[in-house]
Design a protein around this ligand. Structure first.
Ligand code: SF4
Ligand code: SF4
Length: 140
């Protein structure tokens, strides 16, 4: 049976984690257009907002791991030497410390390359299976 396409619903995670060049909004800060009921300019919101789809919205992970519940917004980075890393951004301070987030990171680190950022947009590192890391770094 076909799965129902996912919808953002009440999630507004990427409105905080991502940079919106049209609004000169930096990554890691809530968008000034974000109101209590979501985007206050919805329908006239910038192209980069319209085009962005996090991996959860694209059907990845469990339905219950929506970014506003898990506290992590995930998307992909440019492939390097044929390896496609996943970028994981912490949505609020401490989100990476929850048991669920730790299990999530641990699981995906065993499968692929993860580039991890905390809620202050500080890069915590690049993690993953050693052979994939070596390939991405051009060592293989
Ligand atoms: S983080 Fe994902 S699910 Fe949440 S608003 Fe952005 S695209 Fe939608
Ligand atoms: S303009 Fe609207 S959709 Fe875009 S980041 Fe701001 S609140 Fe979110």
């Amino acid at each position: 049976m076909l799965k129902k396409p996912r919808r953002c619903g009440t999630c507004t995670g990427c409105c905080t984690t991502h940079r919106i060049p049209e609004l000169e909004k930096p990554a890691g800060t809530p968008c000034p257009k974000l109101g209590e009921k979501g985007c206050s300019i919805y329908g006239k919101h910038p192209t980069s907002c319209r085009e962005f789809k996090c991996l959860w919205l694209r059907g990845g992970f469990e339905g219950s791991q929506r970014p506003d519940r898990l506290g992590l917004v995930c998307d992909v980075a440019e492939p390097k030497n044929g390896v496609q890393p996943m970028v994981v951004r912490e949505l609020w301070e401490g989100a990476l410390e929850s048991t669920e987030a730790k299990l999530f990171v641990e699981y995906y680190c065993s499968k692929m390359i993860l580039i991890l950022f905390n809620h202050r947009v500080e890069r915590l590192g690049t993690f993953g299976p050693p052979e994939q890391l070596a390939r991405a770094l051009g060592e293989r």
